[in-house]
Design a protein around this ligand. Structure first.
Ligand code: V47
Length: 379
């Protein structure tokens, strides 16, 4: 027999021939614009031919965004690391008396905005611990202080965990909290705090924090006020592939209802200095698989972010060819992942992001937070 004639079609690996028919079904659905179902997602989370999965995700990514790869010139601000919650995956949170605990005064925030914010900064990403010592007014005034110093900067501030906490300590409805935050300059909300929408994982890793239903209800309230937000998904710890697919489906269901999510962001768990430090953390293949499956399953959120702080710069470059279209930003000073052992840099320059994106064969596009404006990048 001529070995050449017995080869499977080009780029379909012989080693994974048993997966061929199922992949072909999924490919046909994607090409026809049909929604993948939960079982499709579970198949893809287990499929051995990650390259074929990536090729389908990449086609879908290029259909939506061509060769563009987005980034934002931003920085992170974590006003306090004191937190009432004890989440097993977290190395950032401190209790009173712990070494390394800090809380910024509003005057320190003002000084930082005045003296340290870069001239081309477009976004500040603000998230902190649930600090029992900070009053309601601090959260509102913190936004106001930054806006007084730098009115043009977009404030992406406070997860659903913080929004719900503010309603509690402020003795107000979530809607009234949002009124105050909007009045002080809130532009959008980051997607953290959701972790995995699974009661089992919630019970095991972050009991006491918002349940899946409560996170979704708070997100619904935020989005129905017209506030754009993101959704994250923390993977690579004790969750099962099925739980990740269920998370994607639940986020997608809310997006069908509201349309308010801008970006979906899979976050790679870092175990060091956490109660889960015995776990190995995600592998490169799980990173790439999760990106690709997210692109295909979360079909109604336009953007998919590879958060290079957690993926590392190398995996983030590869992710841009496996479904991701956004590399987040310059970040400047990251604490949550670096407290948990990340070996990525604390931040990168705009020029470095542009270089990394170009090296991945993509066209860098500097964006604002909501993807409504694009800014020229040097050629
Ligand atoms: O909610 C905590 C996660 C999140 C660890 O909206 C950990 O644009 C890995 O939400 N290993 C905060 N992850 C970060 C976040 C985020 C990041 C970038 C962009 C956006 C956005 C949002 O980090 C937390 C939690 O899920 N996290 N500890 C850890 N050890």
């Amino acid at each position: 027999m001529n070995p050449a004639t017995s080869l499977p079609p080009r780029s379909v690996s012989r080693a994974f021939a048993d997966e061929g028919p199922r992949f072909a079904e999924i490919e046909a659905k994607v090409h026809q614009g049909q929604r993948l179902d939960y079982e499709d997602g579970v198949f893809l989370m287990h499929a051995r031919d990650v390259h074929r999965l990536g090729r389908i995700a990449n086609e879908e990514r290029e259909r939506r965004h061509g060769n563009d790869a987005f980034f934002v010139v931003n920085r992170h601000l974590n006003p306090s690391n004191f937190c009432i919650y004890t989440c097993k995956f977290c190395a950032f949170a401190k209790k009173a008396g712990d070494p390394g605990g800090y809380r910024m005064s509003l005057e320190q925030v003002r000084q930082m905005a005045r003296d340290e914010f870069e001239p081309d900064l477009r976004e500040v990403h603000i998230v902190g611990g649930i600090d029992p010592k900070l009053p309601y007014e601090y959260y509102v005034d913190l936004l106001r202080v930054i806006k007084e110093e730098k009115p043009e900067i977009h404030l992406k501030a406070y997860t659903m965990i913080e929004v719900e906490w503010l309603a509690r300590i402020g003795k107000r409805s979530v809607d009234a909290v949002l009124d105050d935050l909007l009045d002080a300059g809130l532009g959008s909300c980051p997607g953290g705090g959701v972790e995995v929408l699974s009661d089992r994982v919630h019970q095991e890793l972050f009991p006491g924090k918002l349940t899946a239903d409560d996170w979704l209800a708070t997100a619904r309230a935020v989005q129905s006020r017209g506030i754009p937000m993101n959704a994250t998904m923390l993977y690579g710890h004790i969750e099962t592939p099925e739980e990740l697919v269920r998370h994607m489906v639940r986020i997608r269901e809310l997006q069908d209802e509201t349309g308010g999510f801008l970006t979906f962001i899979p976050l790679a768990f870092h175990p060091a200095n956490t109660e889960l430090s015995h776990l190995p953390g995600p592998t490169g293949i799980l990173d790439i698989r999760t990106i690709a499956v997210s692109r295909l399953m979360v079909d109604n959120i336009d953007h998919l972010k590879t958060y290079w702080i957690m993926h590392g710069l190398g995996v983030a470059q590869v992710a841009l060819r496996y479904g991701a279209d956004d590399m987040d930003g310059t970040v400047v000073e990251e604490k949550i992942t670096h407290d948990a052992g990340a070996d990525s840099p604390l931040g990168v320059t705009r020029d470095e992001l542009i270089r990394l994106i170009r090296e991945a064969g993509r066209e860098p596009v500097e964006r604002d937070t909501t993807y409504t404006q694009r800014f020229p990048v040097p050629s």
